[in-house]
Design a binder for this molecule. Structure first.
Ligand code: FAD
Length: 308
């Protein structure tokens, strides 16, 4: 019951202001977010890569309402790429971004504007020897995100995208993306979606995840298995084996601060294990989605407020 309430709160500006203003939130946010500043995110990446993990860095931001915010998002990513280039991590540190931070939802040609705004970031990523994955947002952004992806892949073929197993459409999307040889991050999905477009039952979402994984492994995709679910990880290992994929033919991904022991175990077993590292001041929406995924996190949050 709590999940939908938290996901609704994730979209509320009033609750955003209240939660962001209290310093008591900070220690709980720190569990999921590497910091507000670039140097803090680079320090986290140093630690993770030192432990044998790969990373994908997300400069937090979404749903911008004017073009000035898009320029800020673009500049933040360009500064990040400068930092990554100096460290020489290459593909071990890729980027993730949300197209709504690049203007996808702006009225009057948001899709074209997002494409033009994000191109300099992809060009800089290529120069730094790395690549970009487009996060997937709620179902109203899927068509636009896939259209921008298709346009970007002409020039930057290693650009990847996330797809969500809770959406009915995703198996078809996986078929098309696999045929195009795309890097595809498969997730369960983190937004509140209506029953007209998405499975509401967790078991159905998990079964759909396995069906989508099969499509990605048997087609020409590079699957990025982004889940903390032990059963799905075991199934993915088996599907990779059956598809004759070596460890360079797929990767596992998990979020910063979640199941860190399992991240290390998979890396030690020889898999590519990529950790999604978010940073920046606009952490509210991301943080609320993490609370919504697991009610126990809310207890942790509430306890930290009460014990102060
Ligand atoms: P679940 O069944 O939710 O969780 C399995 C187990 O993992 C839980 O029992 C628990 O032990 C642990 N766990 C899961 N979540 C948490 C948490 N928040 N706190 C503590 N423990 C937890 N979603 C999108 O909609 N778009 C995206 O672009 C996107 N990108 C992602 C990128 C990565 C690398 C990952 C790992 C996830 C991403 N997600 C994205 C989020 C995803 O959709 C799920 O909401 C999230 O991963 C939880 O689902 P799960 O597969 O881990 O399974």
């Amino acid at each position: 019951m709590l999940g939908p309430v938290l996901l609704a709160a994730a979209r509320s500006d009033a609750i955003r202001r209240a939660v962001s203003a209290t310093p008591l939130t900070r220690p709980v946010v720190d569990r999921f977010v590497a910091g507000e500043r670039l140097d803090q995110s680079l320090a986290a990446v140093r630690e993770l890569t030192g432990a044998g993990l790969a990373v994908t860095l997300d400069h937090l931001g979404e749903d911008v309402t004017d073009k000035g915010q898009v320029t800020q998002a673009r500049d933040a990513y360009l500064a990040l790429l400068e930092g990554l280039r100096a460290e020489g991590w290459g593909q071990r540190a890729e980027l993730s971004l949300k197209l709504s931070a690049f203007g996808l939802r702006l009225p009057g040609g948001g899709e074209e504007f997002a494409l033009r705004s994000v191109e300099p970031v992809l060009a800089a990523a290529e120069e730094a020897g790395t690549m970009v994955t487009l996060d997937m947002e709620d179902h109203t952004a899927v068509d636009g995100t896939l259209a921008v992806l298709a346009a970007l892949r002409g020039r930057f073929p290693r650009t990847g995208v996330a797809v969500q197993s809770y959406l009915f459409r995703t198996e078809d999307d996986c078929r098309a993306l696999a045929a195009a040889g795309c890097r595809v991050r498969l997730v369960k999905g983190a937004y509140r979606e209506p029953a007209s477009v998405a499975y509401q039952d967790k078991r159905q979402v998990d079964l759909a995840y396995v069906r989508a994984l099969r499509i990605l492994f048997t087609g020409g995709a590079h699957p990025m298995i982004a889940t903390h679910d032990p059963r799905l990880i075991a199934i993915a290992e088996e599907l990779a084996r059956r598809a004759g994929r070596d460890v360079d033919g797929y990767e596992f991904q998990m979020l910063y601060g979640i199941r860190t022991e399992e991240q290390l175990r998979l890396a030690r077993a020889g898999h590519t294990m990529r950790v999604y590292v978010p940073y920046g001041t606009d952490w509210y929406g991301y943080f609320m989605r993490r609370l919504a995924e697991r009610p126990a996190n809310l207890g942790f949050f509430a306890r930290s407020l009460l014990t102060r």
